[in-house]
Every structure is written in C-alpha cells, then in structure tokens.
Design a protein around this ligand. Structure first.
Ligand SMILES: N[C@@H](CCC(=O)N[C@@H](CS)C(=O)NCC(=O)O)C(=O)O
Length: 285
C-alpha cells in the first residue's frame, strides 16, 4: 500500500534516493522485511526507531505513516506501508541476483497470499502472547499519557483506536488466562494447516524457501519464546530448527536490547515457579 504523496507531511523523505527502511529491531513486521532484504541481497539504508520510546508517535513519524506503525519502506521518495505488500513489492520490483520468494504458479501464489493474510490476522493474538509472557508487564505497558496522545493523534484511524483499547485493557488487567488460551488456540489452528503442508513438502511451498517461510518463522520464534509448545507440531518444529540455522533468520529475530535477553529467561523461571506459564494455561483448558 502506498501513502499518497499529499498525505506525506514529513516531506524530507520524498527526496530520499534508493531504498530506505524505517523499522524497529524487535518488531515482527519489520523482521519479515529485513529477512527478505538480506536473503535477496538487496542493499538498503536502515532507519531504526524505538517503539518502546514511542518514536512512532512523533510528528516526524506520523508525517510519513499516519497509522503510526512500522515498517515503512521509502523507495525513491515513495512511501510504502503494510509489511506483506512491501514483501511483494520488493520481490517483484527490485532486481536482485537471488531467486523469487513468491511462487510463479497461480494456485501456489494464492496459497501464499491467503496464508500471509492469515499470519497478519493473528497480529493481535501474537501481541497478546508476546506482551503477556515474554516480559514483565511493567517493562512493556504504555502509560495513560501516551495512550491519550495516540488516541488524539489517531482519532480518524479505526485501527489505531482498536490498538489503544488493547493497550488500555493490558495496562488494567494484563493478559487474562482465557485471552491467552484463545490466542494460543488461534495459533494452534494456523500451525495445523502448516503442519499438513509440511507433510508433503520440504518448505511451506515446495523445494524453495518463500515469503511464507519467512513470515511463519517469525511467528513460531515469537510464540516459542512466549512458552508455546511448538514441539506439539513435530514437522513445524523441525522446519523451524532448520530455518534457524540461516544467519538472516537467526540474526534478524534477535532482540534489540541485550538486557532484555537476560530479563526474558528470568521472567520465564518466575512464571514457572508461579505455575502461570503459557503452557500451564493451555494445559487447564
Ligand atoms: N499490518 C501491519 C501491522 C503493522 C504493525 O502493527 N506494526 C507494529 C510492529 S510489528 C507496530 O508498529 N506497532 C506499534 C504500535 O502498535 O504502537 C503490517 O504488517 O505492516
């Protein structure tokens, strides 16, 4: 999706030449795009921003993407948003020595598009598992002051309103067990489709890695970190381990802040002692 020129009020980006990616290291949607860029060997200029420091609600950022989310691709001054659209754009429009990451066959292409949509539709469930189980709530929750600012700045944007509601509920009550179970179940359903696919195929669409492998690798890495028992899906588990050997996949899904890599395991132990891990919650359903 392209943001029309007249809606871009941070006009400096319109003079940027070449490929520029505005992204956050730990954002799943940014990771998707970065892995594809690396796998295809496409050069770009990265503009990292920090979602934790609310840099995406600055007037500078909102002047590029009024919805206030990463990633944003700027190509020769044209602003592209929506990670799945960006993947398709990069794969088809940017010449590179590497293979295409979308299949040529129409039926397979439809499968890819449908499953990228499925992955995108699980975004809030992925957020529930990420925010609920990887870090203590006080490390990730947003203050009411920030939420009010978002609400005012994004008043005309229905998706933003939903996101504000999600963060407000989270600040009030964290992730309730029934919500966690529903989000884990939504992922389980999707993983069942992928597991079936891997019965007859090396990668999700055959003999070559595609954007589907990239997108679902990020999801499976994240839910596993949240305590989801990925080994329940044995083929998907083996597929994940295989992909994790590739430097682009492994390195682009690492956390931006080394300190968080220490906090996450400690928090996991704490929840295990309390008996409130995601696996514990799934077990009582
Ligand atoms: N469907 C969009 C979702 C973009 C999105 O929600 N990005 C998240 C990071 S993965 C974000 O910027 N969140 C900031 C926030 O919610 O405040 C895409 O795929 O690009």
């Amino acid at each position: 999706m392209i943001i029309p020129d007249e809606q871009v009020t941070t006009t400096e980006v319109q003079s940027w030449k070449g490929l520029h990616l505005i992204h956050f290291q730990s954002s799943s949607c940014s990771q998707k795009v970065r892995i594809l860029l690396r796998e295809k060997g496409i050069d770009y200029t990265g503009h990292p921003i920090d979602l934790g420091a609310e840099e995406h609600v600055s007037p500078w950022f909102l002047g590029i993407n009024p919805r206030g989310v990463v990633p944003i691709l700027v190509h020769d001054g044209v602003v592209h948003v929506e990670s799945n659209d960006i993947l398709e754009y990069l794969d088809s429009e940017i010449p590179s020595g590497e293979q295409s990451f979308f299949p040529a066959d129409q039926a397979e292409r439809r499968f890819v598009v449908e499953n990228l949509e499925l992955e995108d539709s699980l975004h809030m469930d992925l957020r529930t598992l990420t925010m609920g189980f990887i870090f203590p709530r006080r490390f990730v929750e947003k203050s009411e002051k920030i939420l009010e600012r978002w609400e005012n700045e994004g008043a005309s944007n229905p998706k933003r309103a939903l996101e504000v509601k999600w963060w407000r509920d989270f600040a009030r009550e964290g992730v309730r067990p029934e919500r966690a179970r529903a989000s884990a179940e939504a992922h389980r359903k999707a993983f069942t489709i992928l597991e079936e696919r891997l019965e007859s195929s090396e990668w999700l669409i055959g003999k070559r890695i595609s954007v589907l492998d990239i997108a679902w690798f990020i999801t499976t890495t994240r839910v596993q970190n949240a305590g989801y028992p990925l080994s329940d899906h044995s083929r998907l588990f083996a597929w994940h381990q295989e992909l994790a050997q590739r430097p682009a996949f492994r390195e682009e899904t690492q956390d931006a802040f080394p300190i968080r890599s220490l906090i996450a395991p400690a928090y996991r132990i704490f929840r295990r002692i309390q008996g409130t891990t995601l696996a514990d919650m799934i077990a009582v359903s």
